[in-house]
Design a protein. Structure first.
Length: 132
């Protein structure tokens, strides 16, 4: 028997509402130019992540660009390098810029969709606010 409480049960209507909220946030962000404004410099990323995690993110990005890593795997592993994971503001500032520069546009779009819809829904369901 586990001491952990069961995961929260969420009705379909709550899931739909959370998904609609995250899609609206993504739409607002793209309309306000947040994506282009969030372009990160290499120095900013190094300062935020530290040399070890920056080097690991660079390797993950290279593997993803060469189709050696799935979009979901890339996003999940990249998030683990940031101090607060998926709810870290730097994660949301830096990763979209990296994905937008990826030569494999289909995989990059899939990763962006995974970030902005699936992970936002999870964060909303568990009561976390995303820094968008």
């Amino acid at each position: 028997v586990s001491d952990f409480p069961p995961p929260p049960s969420v009705s379909r209507s709550n899931k739909k509402a959370a998904r609609q909220q995250s899609e609206q946030a993504r739409s607002n962000a793209s309309h306000t130019g947040l994506s282009s404004a969030a372009k990160a410099t290499v120095e900013d990323m190094k300062a935020s992540l530290g040399p070890k995690n920056f080097k690991q993110l660079k390797r993950l990005t290279k593997d993803f660009a060469q189709e050696q890593l799935s979009p979901e795997g890339y996003v999940d592993q990249a998030a683990s390098l940031f101090e607060r994971g998926y709810v870290d503001q730097d994660f949301w500032s830096y990763l979209p810029s990296l994905l937008e520069s990826c030569p494999n546009e289909d995989a990059a779009q899939h990763a962006l969709d995974y970030m902005t819809v699936e992970l936002e829904v999870l964060c909303l369901l568990y009561g976390q606010e995303l820094p968008l």
